[in-house]
Design a protein around this ligand. Sequence first.
Ligand SMILES: Nc1ncnc2c1ncn2[C@@H]1O[C@H](COP(=O)(O)OP(=O)(O)OP(=O)(O)O)[C@@H](O)[C@H]1O
Length: 714
Amino acid sequence: MPASKILLSEPLTEIPPAVTPADQPKPNSGRQADKLAKLGLTRKLDLVLHLPLRYEDETTVTAICDLLAGVTSQVEGVITHHEVTYRGRRQLCITLTDEKGDTLVLRFLNFYGSQVKQLAVGVRLRARGEVRDGFFGMEIVHPAYRLVAQGEPLPQALTPIYSTCAGLSQAYLRRAIDNALTSTPLPELLPDALNAEIIAPLQLPPLAAAVRTLHHPPLGVEADALLERTHPAWLRIKFEELLAQQLSLKQSHLQRRTRLAPALIGCAQSAAHTLLEGLLSALPFALTAAQQRVQKEISADLALPHPMQRLLQGDVGSGKTVLAALAAAQAIDAGYQVALMVPTELLAEQHVRKLQGWFAPLGINVVWLTASLKAKVKRAALAATVTGQAQLIVGTHAIIQDKVEFARLGLVIIDEQHRFGVAQRLALRAKAQGATDQANWQPHQLMMSATPIPRTLAMSYYADLDVSTLDELPPGRTPVLTKLVSQARRDEVIERVRQVALAGRQIYWVCPLIEESETLQLQTAEDTFAKLSAVLPELQIGLVHGRLKSADKAEVMAAFTRHEIQLLVATTVIEVGVDIPNASLMVIEHAERFGLSQLHQLRGRIGRGSAASACVLLYAGPLSYAARARLNTLRATNDGFEIARSDLEIRGPGEFLGARQSGAAMLRFADLQQDAWLIEPAQRAADYLLSKHPEIVAQHLTRWLAGRENYLEV
Ligand SMILES: Nc1ncnc2c1ncn2[C@@H]1O[C@H](COP(=O)(O)OP(=O)(O)OP(=O)(O)O)[C@@H](O)[C@H]1O
């Protein structure tokens, strides 16, 4: 919906003229036309599709003596007192007296001079708003109101409320929409492009009927279904919109096929082996079936002369890194460079270590680029990148800085893609320009995410991406046992830590999250470290947090990897990517302060080897309802898909995925969560229209998406 202000309190003396039945609505003045244009309402069709934001129930009047504070109600009466006062600030106070002689104060803090005249003693009003128990008794502040004649019948149906802008009254808008609805037969203005084959199984009404119902809810229509947008009329509109979204996704997909990218077809390094095959045979494990399937999907895309734009989603520990390495091998084999961008230095460091371990024996040069590298090392890395001597470049966002130039960048991989903004992803892509003189050229892109969501949803949330899903964990993993333990039993937990360490396993102790203050967070981490060191003197304990210098951070992690540290006290810096299979216990303090996906990511740091692992969620009660729900979900399941679904429910799509990078941003009516079941039928309908009726695709897109298709530029 346009973010225009909705005017609740509006004088209705100005009755808008009828809109002439020409193609353009003809408002009474240029000013009104400008305001309609501001709302994007320049054609009759726009007016007809300007659907209500909500409805108000003006069908009943409550006697003043029956009003309850906190309840939105409508009252009717005659103005018996009227004054502009200065109680703290200038305000207009009206006393309304109803049939039974009871009175109610209506208060306006902002008002026009014309309103003061209009709301004179003796005028009959219907006023509506939330009743408050004010200082001088019951009152409504800024009620919506209308002047009525005695005995004027109440509306029989719900009153639609439209989004509008300052100076454009609801009544005017309503009248303009009504004229548009009646001046041309609706099926002519809004031809129904979808035949019964698509619509009938979904039991949706015809388009014109749906639009009419929403503007003029018939008698007896279920108010709740209209308000909550679950009425079939709303579903029909949402379906149309989702269909438009799918059509635009599919079209943009086809368009991508007109752009060029290097076809990454390996040239055999030796007579028998490509680099890809060399890497596969050097791996210490065999790929899971899911990895093999996804590897084929990626490989086939890379071999095409058009840019791949693929999202690889898989649960924590499902083995995404090796797929990134295999994709990189294919690109390097074809003579191109690969850039891998990750969100934290810790992760960059860890990826470099792992990838060097795999690639160095095959003669491939892996370098890394982060902000904190020593000047000399950085200069060498930059030189290797610009000359093409470095084939795989791993880095944080330092990789998109101006100084970084590539010789032949052919593949861009972005790990934990949701942690980067669209601009950063585009900047990395732009780094590939040096690889060719051809305009219309783009490198391949692989994005990775450990926040898996159901496939159909992913296809709508993420703009124009193909989605590969790793739905299988490597063999031999035992699910992590998750326990909720009260802070009161901290001593028992510490004892457990001692036993696990003595048994030769390693432990993470995650410090409480303090979002408001990084300094406080650091202090807490240091305190925790000191306290645990005091009670567990026999253990080697390390501390890692965000403020540590990179080299020190790397050193602590390396010592933990070498098993020189048994217990690692850490802040959330270890949240992503850290992979130390010998760690089998994690304690998370004040787990109630963390989000669901964050807890799942943290917990994903254990259970990566064959030993049975446990995660202890220490909480300080009493827990809020939402916190209890989060912790219980985590205890009940290890399945990242399940957890992502719950998280999505709790937080809503905007916060969960960042609405601006998601397809959700383009939708005015449909809600990807509530209406997820409509996505698949919309996908089928889009295929049907594209193949059988391509002539109506453009019309459908302009009708539902006019001006909002840009979100696809990702
Ligand atoms: N097919 C396999 N068989 C056995 N081990 C595997 C297999 N694939 C990956 N692994 C190992 O599993 C661990 C997790 O893999 P990886 O780090 O790639 O997971 P991930 O999906 O990136 O996880 P996260 O999102 O948590 O970082 C690593 O130690 C990796 O070497």
